[in-house]
Each structure stands twice: as structure tokens, then as C-alpha cells.
Design a protein around this ligand. Structure first.
Ligand code: HSE
Length: 310
């Protein structure tokens, strides 16, 4: 195999209570990438469509993660990468992770799969760090493993795959403003109150239990963030109105997707998700801010091969 085309999915990190540890994978939104073996050694980004991003491998998240793998694998050939971006950078649904994951997933296939999913997550984390200026894997892990994941630790890296209740649907609204992850991390406090920590870890524990037991009511009660959302919600216009609309229309929960500005809701079934999407659309239709709304199943497969060339 000399060439591979892949679909690299968008993801929702944090899932309200699990800042930097929880995430889930989306189905309908994602980037496509083509990775090719070349005789010329090194990593060469030859095409980027969709958004204006750097071609220099050291300055591109897909390039940085690819270089991390190349340094370890030391093949006697190089790779060309073409990126077709659909996920807007700075959207909060794992745009940089999709790129960082795509290159290493594709390269691993072309190398004959020497690396497992945890090792791929580790390489991709190096690329993600370029965008957010710190290493975390809560977008990368669900893109690679699919479904819900919990990053138990990053050094050493340990990723837990959590079950996905089958009636769970996500609604995403993406207001077309950019929030840089590095900036939305910079506004967070370095220390938190013990009382808030207790609420938060109780919610993380009960959310994980709810996923294991298909308990949608418990899941709903667990989707609360008292640590990060109070700060970041101020960066997202009409966040409170969107959340109220989602909850009033039966969403199980609603919170900031990753570092924003996207907002996610989790819903029981497609019908409820469509109603929630309509209610959220109504909120933003009354504003001047352009936006997109997506309804997605939880993608339990993760990143996937679209086609290959011998
Ligand atoms: N956990 C990360 C954050 C996800 O919220 O900053 C965005 O990269």
C-alpha cells in the first residue's frame, strides 16, 4: 500500500464535567486526508484545502505529529500529506486533533501498523500541543478509539474506552467566531475550591457509571461543570440562551464543546435531537452571528479508511 485516504472525525472534549479527560467522537463532521509514501525522506505537506494553514511540517499540527512518528519509526522513505479541512480551526470540535490524528493514523497503516491506538494517541498529542500549548488527549483519544473515552493519565499515557449508550445523539451549534484553545485555557484559574472539586469529581464518576449502565437520567444529572464553564461561557455569545433552549426542549445536558465556541447537547434519540437542534437554531437566528448546527450519532468507530491505493 502506497497511498491511503482517511476520514478523521470531529470530537467533543470535556463533556461538561471532565475537563481534559473526557471526550466523545462525532459521526457527521470531519476532515479528509490523503497520505502517500514518497522516496523523498521527511514529511511534506503538499496540499491544504478548506482553511489557510501552514505548509511547513514543524508549524502544522498534522506535520508535528507525523514528525514525532517518523523520528521513532525511522523508515527509509518519507510521506506526503494532503489535508482537506472541513472542521474550522478554533471551532471547539477538535479541528487540530483531527489533523494531528489523521497523519499518524494514515502513516501507521502505510508502515504496516507497527503502533497501537495508545501509541498513535501519544504521537498525535505532540501535534495537538502545538495548537493548545500543552499536552492533552481528550479530543485525540475519542478520534482514534471512537465512542466515549477517558484519559486516565498522559504520562504514561493511559486511555480508557467507555461504553456508548445506543440512543445517545449529539447536537452541536458552531457560532462562526474563533476562540483559540490557548486563550481559553489562559483565562482559567490555577486553583479551585474544594467544594467545586467535590461536585466535579462526583459528576465525572456518575457520568462514567451512567455510560456503563445506560442510565440516561443519571447521565443527565451528571452533565454539569462548576469548574470551567463559569469562566469560558463568558466568551460565547448567548451561551445561556442556547443551554436554556436545549434543556427546555428535553436535552439530557448542554455544555461547552472543548474550549468553545461550539456548544454541545446530548439527547435521547434522533427525534429529540432534531427538536433540540431546531430550538437552538431559533436562538441564534435572532442574532447577527453566522452559525452551523449539526446532529450526529456518537461515532463508535472513530477515524476510518476511505480508500487505499497499492
Ligand atoms: N480539554 C481541552 C480544553 C480541549 O478544554 O482546553 C480543547 O483542546
Amino acid at each position: 500500500m502506497n497511498e491511503i485516504k482517511i476520514f478523521s472525525p470531529a470530537t467533543v472534549a470535556n463533556v461538561s464535567c471532565g475537563f481534559d479527560v473526557l471526550g466523545f467522537c462525532l459521526d457527521t463532521i470531519g476532515d479528509e486526508m490523503i497520505i502517500k509514501k514518497t522516496n523523498k525522506k521527511g514529511i511534506h505537506i503538499t496540499k491544504i484545502e478548506g482553511y489557510d494553514l501552514p505548509y511547513e511540517a514543524q508549524k502544522n499540527v498534522a506535520g508535528v505529529s507525523a514528525l514525532a512518528m517518523l523520528e521513532d519509526a525511522k523508515p527509509d522513505f518519507g510521506f506526503e500529506i494532503e489535508i482537506f479541512k472541513n472542521i474550522k480551526p478554533g471551532s471547539g470540535v477538535g479541528s487540530s486533533s483531527a489533523s494531528a490524528v489523521g497523519s499518524v493514523f494514515g502513516m501507521n497503516e502505510l508502515l504496516g501498523k507497527p503502533y497501537n491506538k495508545t501509541q498513535l494517541t501519544n504521537f498525535a498529542m505532540k501535534g495537538e500541543a502545538l495548537a493548545s500549548q500543552c499536552e492533552h488527549a481528550d479530543n485525540i483519544a475519542p478520534a482514534i478509539f471512537g465512542g466515549f473515552t477517558l484519559v486516565k493519565s498522559i504520562a504514561p499515557l493511559e486511555v480508557l474506552q467507555l461504553p456508548t449508550p445506543k440512543n445517545l445523539f449529539a447536537v452541536i451549534i458552531h457560532p462562526q467566531i474563533e476562540i483559540k484553545t490557548s486563550e481559553s485555557r489562559a483565562i482559567l484559574p490555577k486553583k479551585i475550591d474544594l467544594k467545586d472539586a467535590i461536585t466535579q469529581w462526583s459528576n465525572v464518576g456518575s457520568l462514567v457509571h451512567a455510560l456503563h449502565t445506560n442510565d440516561y437520567e443519571l447521565l443527565s444529572k451528571s452533565l454539569t461543570d462548576v469548574v470551567v464553564e463559569p469562566f469560558r461561557s463568558q466568551l460565547i455569545p448567548h451561551f445561556g440562551d442556547v443551554r436554556n433552549a436545549a434543556l427546555e426542549n428535553g436535552a439530557l445536558g448542554c455544555g461547552i464543546s472543548g474550549s468553545g465556541p461550539s456548544i454541545f447537547s446530548l439527547c435521547f434519540g434522533n427525534e429529540n435531537a432534531q427538536n433540540v437542534a431546531k430550538a437552538i437554531r431559533n436562538v441564534y437566528s435572532k442574532t447577527e452571528i453566522p452559525f452551523e448546527v449539526y446532529v450526529s450519532k456518537i461515532n463508535t468507530e472513530g477515524i476510518k479508511i476511505l480508500n487505499t491505493n497499492a
